[in-house]
Each structure stands twice: as structure tokens, then as C-alpha cells.
Design a protein around this ligand. Structure first.
Ligand code: PBG
Ligand code: ZN
Length: 322
């Protein structure tokens, strides 16, 4: 008889044969930065997450440092939006200020900036529109280049294009190299699905499309092979880190990507995944341990790092366990 229970009999044995361990160093924490001063305001759609103005960022940066969560992913919410998202590449834009502030508060922090236009355009799409309202791929690339170079100039450690335009990594790599940032890594949102799980984020970032949807640029959730084509393209264009997003409903994609490609692989446990779990725990419908279970499953599937709104909760839990 196969006696699988032998190795489950004591906590020590279970720990010995544990295949996947979480590590604070693998976690990336998203931060939402708004314009203004003195703002630390809880986000209604993401309970436990906050909008910070630049002058209040020290609150969260200190907390992260204390818990050894040393990677953050920045999202900006500008006060003014226009057709070409000009606040995204303004030298004194909200993200540029946030980058300078965080690097000053904590030089060791790995500051990653999301590069996209949807938070900055008045129409809420991730690119430049033509007269008919279609997102113009190649024209958008020119803007993404400006945005990434502007973040680089502000001192960012990595850029993460989430726009899903074709050729985006190649365009950013070219522009960054031209500007002398050949050592700045790019984390491509390589396989990013058109997903309902982004709902709470769009609420938080005021970035929902004003008309239509993102299905002409983000991937159909029915497709798995297409994800491999998208990831391969990002790698060929020079991505240093690849990503699958969302995570929990796409563990098959994470697993295949980890087996097919020898690149650091990130998975993004997105806002809707956070909101579901958080609300179930807060209402006592499920136990807190589902948070650890969810992130462990994402890593078990093959992710090397996880972007998650639970990063600080997990770090706290890992600290207690020690
Ligand atoms: C911007 C962007 C989105 C997310 C990350 N970058 C939203 C979208 O594509 O509509 C989603 C993150 C989340 O849901 O937590 N393009
Ligand atoms: Zn976008």
C-alpha cells in the first residue's frame, strides 16, 4: 500500500517535504499614487489598500521596509487627463515625483513603474485613438517610449509595460537604449488577458474605458497557446522578466510558461482576486489561510515572483511563523 500519510504525521516532517515555500523577496506590492497633499485614503473597491499622495508615501515605504518587502509596482492617478495622456510623461507627473520620493526614502527599494496610458487618457483606453475610436498600435508606441524614458530619468529601477500593444517591448528597449538606459530592465506584461478580474483596479485607478472594452488589445481568456506566442514575442523583443496576468484562473498558463521559457516569470494576482479573497475572509466565510494557499499555488504552478496586494499580509505571516 502506498502510505502517503507517513510524511504528513508531524509538522516537522511536513515541513521537511514541503515543495514550495513563500519568500518575502519574491513579492511585489502595488502602490497607487494620487496628486495632492496629505492624502492616505482607503480605496473602496480594494479594502485595506490606499491612495497615497507623494508626501504620504513614507507611511507605506516604512511599513514595507520593516517587513522586508523591497519591491513595489507604481500606478499613478493624475488630476488631469487628455486624449494623449500627457500627464504620464510630464517631468513632474505624479509617478515621476513618486519615483524620486521613494528612491530618496529608501534607495534599496526596487521601484517598478507600470507603463500604460489608460490612467492618463480621458477616454480610458491604453493607447492613442483614431477618429473612429480604434486604438492605434504604432502611434501608441511612440507615447509609451516617452513615458518609459521619463520614468527612467526620474530614477525608476524597472519599467513594466501593461498596454498590450504589439512591439511594445522592442519599442521601449530601443528608446531606453538610445537615451542611455541600456541597463534598465523591462518586465513585460506578456500574457495579459481581457479579464473581469481587473474591475476593482479600474475603480481604484479611475481607468475604466469610457466606451467599448479592451478586447482588441488584451487576450481572449479562452486562449492558452496564444499566451505562449505573446510571451515569445516579448522575449524576442528583449523582455527581462515575463508575466502572466491574472494568476489564479490562469495557473495552466503560468505552468506552461515556466516550462517553455527560461526567463524570470512573474504572475499578477490582480485586484479582483484580492477583493474576492479579502471579502470572504473579512466576512468570516473563509479562513485567513486561503491567502497563503492562493500565493503558494501561484508559485507551485511556476511563478518566480508574485505581484500581489497581499504582499504585506504575507510578509507579516511569514514573520510570525519564524
Ligand atoms: C493598466 C493596468 C491594469 C492592471 C494593471 N495595469 C488594468 C487594465 O488593464 O484594465 C490591472 C491590475 C489589477 O487588476 O490589479 N493597463
Ligand atoms: Zn492600460
Amino acid at each position: 500500500m502506498y502510505r502517503g500519510r507517513r510524511l504528513r504525521m508531524t509538522p516537522a516532517l511536513r515541513s521537511l517535504v514541503k515543495e514550495t515555500r513563500l519568500d518575502v523577496h519574491d513579492l511585489i506590492f502595488p502602490i497607487f499614487v494620487v496628486e495632492g497633499t496629505g492624502i492616505k485614503k482607503e480605496i473602496a473597491s480594494l479594502p485595506g489598500m490606499y491612495h497615497y499622495s507623494v508626501d504620504r508615501l513614507n507611511d507605506i515605504v516604512e511599513e514595507m521596509e520593516k517587513l522586508h518587502v523591497m519591491n513595489c509596482l507604481l500606478f499613478g492617478i493624475p488630476a488631469h487627463k487628455d486624449a494623449c495622456g500627457s500627464e504620464a510623461y510630464r517631468e513632474d507627473g505624479v509617478i515621476q515625483q513618486a519615483i524620486r520620493k521613494i528612491k530618496k526614502l529608501c534607495p534599496e527599494m526596487v521601484v517598478i513603474a507600470d507603463v500604460c496610458m489608460c490612467e492618463y487618457t480621458d477616454h480610458g483606453h491604453c493607447g492613442i485613438l483614431d477618429a473612429a475610436g480604434n486604438v492605434q498600435n504604432d502611434e501608441t508606441l511612440l507615447y509609451l517610449q516617452k513615458i518609459a524614458c521619463s520614468y527612467a530619468k526620474a530614477g525608476v529601477d524597472m519599467v513594466a509595460p501593461s498596454d498590450m500593444m504589439d512591439g511594445h517591448v522592442e519599442a521601449l528597449r530601443f528608446a531606453l537604449d538610445e537615451a542611455g538606459y541600456e541597463n534598465l530592465p523591462i518586465m513585460g506584461y506578456s500574457a495579459k488577458y481581457a479579464s473581469g478580474y481587473y474591475g476593482p483596479f479600474r475603480e481604484a485607478a479611475h481607468s475604466a474605458p469610457g466606451f467599448g472594452d479592451r478586447r482588441s488589445y488584451q487576450m481572449d481568456y479562452a486562449n492558452g497557446k496564444e499566451a505562449m506566442r505573446e510571451i515569445r514575442a516579448d522575449i524576442e523583443e528583449g523582455a527581462d522578466i515575463i508575466m502572466v496576468k491574472p494568476a489564479m484562473a490562469y495557473l495552466d498558463v503560468i505552468k506552461e510558461a515556466s516550462q517553455c521559457f527560461a526567463k524570470p516569470l512573474a504572475a499578477y494576482q490582480v485586484s479582483g482576486e484580492y477583493a474576492m479573497l479579502k471579502m470572504a475572509v473579512d466576512q468570516g466565510i473563509m479562513q485567513n489561510d486561503i491567502i497563503m494557499e492562493s500565493i503558494t499555488a501561484i508559485k507551485r504552478a511556476g511563478a518566480d515572483m508574485v505581484i500581489t496586494y497581499f504582499a504585506l499580509d504575507i510578509a507579516r505571516r511569514l514573520k510570525e511563523e519564524r
